[in-house]
Design a protein around this ligand. Structure first.
Ligand code: FE
Length: 238
């Protein structure tokens, strides 16, 4: 089994575990959120409901931003993906499988971009939580200290990656062969395609912060790291 496949399957497992743990809360809040994309094409976990109400991340991220981000941008990627895979063998696969099988293939770029953006956003919503931030669970904190020297250094690298990513993209905390690292990816790219295991992510596309922070990406990233990061989710993915 390839490293990428192992990483992808491990990521699948982590996400499943986390979704199961949060299923009750997600169901409770589902009726408050925008309609989740119908799994018409049979893709598993295409676009789960938000794990919290749209206004739960205020004042760091407004309900208006979440409404557009989840309800329009994220949904747009999922809807386009359904159209692209309908009637193809990929229609009954997982997002991870579509991402892995289309990465690095220019003729598959629309499929890759929409599948990866759907997957990245599913991961992003879980990387945040109301009253987040603070200190990671012990298991993750020890790994962070072993890899970065300190939690502050890890946060600094995450901040730097998020702020210096040119134009649209993502900053990630990942496990790479057992060592934790911070990486950044452009547009829809995901570290899974490089064999890494994502632990959490920060969306730095302008649609993630422009309504609340305009051009002040650094303020958005600082507030997100200090007040919303879901270290428990990252620990589950470890
Ligand atoms: Fe986004």
């Amino acid at each position: 089994m390839s490293t990428m496949k192992k990483a992808s399957e491990r990521n699948n497992l982590s996400r499943r575990q986390f979704l199961m743990a949060g299923a009750a809360a997600a169901v409770a809040f589902a009726c408050n959120n925008a309609r989740a994309a119908e799994p018409a094409a049979g893709i598993t976990n295409l676009m789960p409901p938000l794990p919290y109400p749209e206004n739960a991340l205020e004042p760091v991220v407004s309900a208006r931003t979440i409404g557009f981000h989840y309800g329009r941008h994220h949904r747009g990627y999922a809807d386009k993906l359904i159209k692209l895979v309908s009637g193809t063998p990929l229609a009954d696969g997982s997002l991870e499988k579509i991402v892995a099988s289309t990465a690095g293939k220019p003729d598959q770029a629309p499929l890759f971009n929409n599948a990866a953006q759907t997957l990245n956003h599913n991961f992003y919503w879980q990387s945040l939580k109301p009253a987040g931030g603070g200190t990671p669970p012990d298991s993750l904190r020890k790994k962070i200290e072993a890899s970065f020297g300190s939690l502050d250094e890890c946060k600094k690298q995450l901040f730097d990656a998020a702020v210096t990513q040119f134009a649209s993209g993502w900053a990630w905390l990942v496990s790479d062969g057992g060592t934790l690292k911070v990486v950044k990816t452009g547009n829809a790219d995901n570290p899974i395609t490089a064999g890494m295991v994502p632990l959490l992510t920060i969306d730095v596309w302008e649609h993630a912060y422009y309504l609340d922070y305009q051009n002040r990406r650094a303020d958005y990233v600082t507030a997100l790291i200090d007040k919303l990061l879901n270290w428990e989710f990252a620990a589950i993915n470890l």
